[in-house]
Each structure stands twice: as structure tokens, then as C-alpha cells.
Design a protein around this ligand. Structure first.
Ligand SMILES: *Cc1c(COP(=O)(O)O)cnc(C)c1O
Length: 406
């Protein structure tokens, strides 16, 4: 009988777990480093947690299903994923990377480049023709991320992947899907060979663990990925696997609510005159490209105020928005990327990449959206970010509930 497949929301909740002798409703936590053998010569399925643990297997099987991969691997962080993936390369290998990657990604690639391990070239990945022109038979890997943050640049994943595979069938396309999560995007359907995600963000959703997930459809790549994870010992610890499995169950509904809230906040900020970057707005130059690849827009947006000082004040004047790096959590966060998450990129490079120093990034949570807009409105007014003569517009942009509180 053909296996029945359900909608993603159902698959996420309906975690397959059948082999517990006590029929536990929740997959048990195997908090153990070692497993006994049946006899001196008979090995069981597990022997040592670095190599494998049932709690990790359970999580990985669920992740593989929702990422539409054949294999998924849970490791200690998002950067741990990139470390594993780059360890598959050989000295002197040429790789291409985006120019607006996550700060930590940029740092690790630069470290490997400066040591002479890799040849890394960064390009503007919104320029599909440019990237295509730069791919040669020597290009071993291409690192993509979409939308990037905080600049919210969108990459035409399929055009780049298809072209690269044509030029060099062995070129490995690596995609960081942290911003969209498996709910909103299936990069493996777009020609990506290896997808990874910081599970510290949406997958876990509660900012109480760090984790990363690597997924692929290729059994050859899966074998190499597993080899590195087992050899280096970066597999996710059982308790963190258990927590991630728990957080994962609400992924679909969290992302749905966060996105709805984010769309409202983006429209509000745009309406009162800020330059807002969010793919959910039709004003985003790559709104359509993004929609052709994804099922939604996520919950991270950025906007400019025109003044570093004003931006700083706004961040400090909000009550609900916590000043914090990261995103994907149930609560809303505010940050200034140039001073926080992207501080590891030097000022000169930031300028070259047109990263505005006054940029504010908002990561929207699942709170009551009127409260979020209310909180932002108060901070914008107090910081002097909206002029008095545009107060009417501000008034028109917020809801009746918010108006009543102003
Ligand atoms: C946070 C993040 C990472 C790194 O993940 P960690 O779990 O913090 O190591 C990588 N890529 C993106 C896009 C991220 O936001």
C-alpha cells in the first residue's frame, strides 16, 4: 500500500514513533553516552552517542520528512553545520558565496580563506547573471542564503543551481534556509544539494537551545556528512534533541502567526513613510521571485530611519521588543545589525555591501499584533523618528485599539 502523505502541518505534529515497548506518547529521552552490546561479538543498533542515539534518530527522521530530504543530521549549532559542510572540501578548493551572508558564515569562510584552506569569492547573489558567469569547472561549492538578512536580498536559487550543475555536475549547492524554515521553503526542490538551518531559530522557536540541521537527498553526500559528524563529535546531545523535537511540534502554527504579525508591522512602518525591507511587501523589488520559490515571507524585516542616533533610541524605547540578536523565537526582538549580529563584518566591508548603519531589524513573535504596533508607535514618537506633521498619517496607519492608547 502506498504510504499516505499528509500536509506539512500534520507531518510536523504527527511525529513517527512506534517502537517503544511502553508505547510512550512522546519519544523518550535516551540520556546515555553508551549502549551495552548483546555479547562480545553482537552489536546493537547503537553503541556510543557520538555515533548515534535513538533520541537523535527520532528527531532526524522527523526533520528529514518535513525538509523532504532522505537524510537529516542534527548538530550543535547552525555554524556547526557550516563547519561540517566545509570540512568536506579539500585544500585550495574554489567556492562562491553571497555577499550578504549571515555574519557568522562570513566569519568562518573568511577564516578558512585567510588560512589558505579555501579560495572564497563573494558576489551579489541577486545578480543571477553575474554568479552564473563566475561559475567554472573548478567551482566546488556555492553558498546561498535567501532572503538574506538584514538586507532581505532574494536569490534565484533554481537558475543558479541549474547553471552550476550544468557547468560542473559535481559542484555542491549549499543553501542556508534559516530565514524561511521548512514550513515556507523546500530548497531541495530547487536543485540545492545540501540544505542547512540554524535550528536555534524557528525550528526550536523558544531560544532555549542551540542546534543546527543539515539535510540532503544524496546518499553519497549523506555518507560524507555523517562521517564528519561522527569523526568530529558535533552531533546534537540527546537532551537538546529532545527539546528540539518538542519545539518543532508547533513550528507551523508559530511561523504562520509570526508571519501574519510581521506583514502587519511591515505595512504599518511602510505606511508612515519608512523604507522597509520585507518580501511580503509588493514594494520589495524581488517580491515575485521570492513568491515563486516560497510559501510565505517569514517574520524578519528591516527598516531605515535615516539616523543612527534615532535608531538607537527606538531600540532602547521599546518595551515588548527585546534587544537581542537572533530571530525565530515566540517573542519579538529588535536589533541594529551593524552593532550586533553583523559586527563581525568590518566597517569597510559593511559599507561596500551597502549595509546601512542606521538599519533596524525587527524579528516578530506571536504576541498580540496591536500591542506590537502600539509599542513601536510609542518608541518612534519618543525617539523623534516620526515628525509631528506626519502624526496624522501615523494615526491613520494604526488600528482603533492602538489609537485609543496613544
Ligand atoms: C543564526 C544563523 C546562523 C548560525 O546559527 P547558530 O545556530 O547561531 O550557530 C546561520 N545562518 C543564519 C541565516 C542565521 O540566522
Amino acid at each position: 500500500m502506498a504510504k499516505k502523505s499528509y500536509g506539512l502541518e500534520t507531518e510536523i505534529v504527527h511525529s513517527k514513533f512506534t517502537d517503544d515497548p511502553h508505547k510512550a506518547s512522546v519519544a523518550p529521552l535516551y540520556q546515555t553516552a553508551t549502549f551495552k552490546q548483546k555479547s562480545l561479538t553482537e552489536m546493537g543498533e547503537y553503541d556510543y552517542t557520538r555515533s548515534g542515539n535513538p533520541t537523535r534518530t527520532h528527531l532526524q527522521n522527523n526533520l528529514a520528512r518535513i525538509m523532504k530530504a532522505n537524510d537529516a543530521f542534527a548538530v550543535t549549532s547552525g555554524m556547526g553545520c557550516l563547519d561540517v559542510i566545509t570540512k568536506m572540501l579539500s585544500p585550495g578548493d574554489e567556492v562562491i558565496a553571497g555577499d550578504d551572508l549571515y555574519g557568522g558564515t562570513h566569519r568562518l569562510l573568511t577564516y578558512l580563506k585567510d588560512k589558505g584552506d579555501l579560495k572564497v569569492a563573494h558576489y551579489d547573489t541577486t545578480n543571477t547573471k553575474l554568479i552564473q558567469a563566475k561559475v567554472t569547472t573548478n567551482t566546488k561549492m556555492i553558498f546561498l542564503e535567501s532572503p538574506t538578512n538584514p538586507l532581505i536580498k532574494v536569490v534565484d536559487v533554481k537558475s543558479i543551481a541549474d547553471h552550476a550543475h550544468q557547468v560542473n555536475p559535481d559542484c555542491i549547492i549549499v543553501f542556508d534556509n534559516t530565514m524561511m524554515s521548512p514550513v515556507l521553503m523546500t530548497p531541495l526542490d530547487l536543485g540545492v544539494d545540501i540544505q542547512y538551518e540554524s535550528a536555534t531559530k524557528y525550528l526550536n522557536g523558544h531560544h532555549d537551545i542551540m542546534a543546527g540541521v543539515i539535510a540532503t537527498r544524496s546518499s553519497k553526500l549523506a555518507e560524507r556528512i555523517y562521517y564528519v559528524i561522527n569523526a568530529t563529535g558535533c552531533g546534537l546531545a540527546p537532551y537538546d534533541c529532545w527539546l528540539l523535537s518538542r519545539g518543532l511540534k508547533t513550528l507551523a502554527i508559530r511561523v504562520e502567526r509570526q508571519e501574519q504579525n510581521c506583514q502587519r508591522v511591515a505595512e504599518f512602518l511602510q505606511k508612515i513613510g519608512f523604507k522597509v525591507r520585507y518580501t511580503g511587501l509588493e514594494s520589495h523589488p524581488q517580491h515575485e521571485l521570492h513568491q515563486s520559490m516560497c510559501r510565505g515571507h517569514g517574520a524578519v524585516l528591516s527598516f531605515e530611519t535615516g539616523s543612527i542616533k534615532v535608531s538607537e533610541k527606538i531600540c532602547e524605547l521599546t518595551d515588548i521588543f527585546g534587544i537581542s540578536v537572533s530571530f525565530g523565537c515566540v517573542n519579538s526582538l529588535i536589533s541594529m545589525p551593524c552593532q550586533m549580529s553583523h559586527a563581525s563584518i568590518d566597517a569597510k566591508t559593511r559599507e561596500e555591501r551597502a549595509l546601512p548603519e542606521d538599519l533596524i531589524r525587527l524579528c516578530i513573535g506571536i504576541e498580540n499584533v496591536e500591542d506590537l504596533i502600539d509599542d513601536l508607535t510609542k518608541a518612534l514618537l519618543k525617539a523623534g523618528a516620526v515628525k509631528i506633521n506626519s502624526k496624522d498619517e501615523l494615526y491613520n496607519a494604526v488600528s482603533v485599539q492602538v489609537q485609543a492608547k496613544l
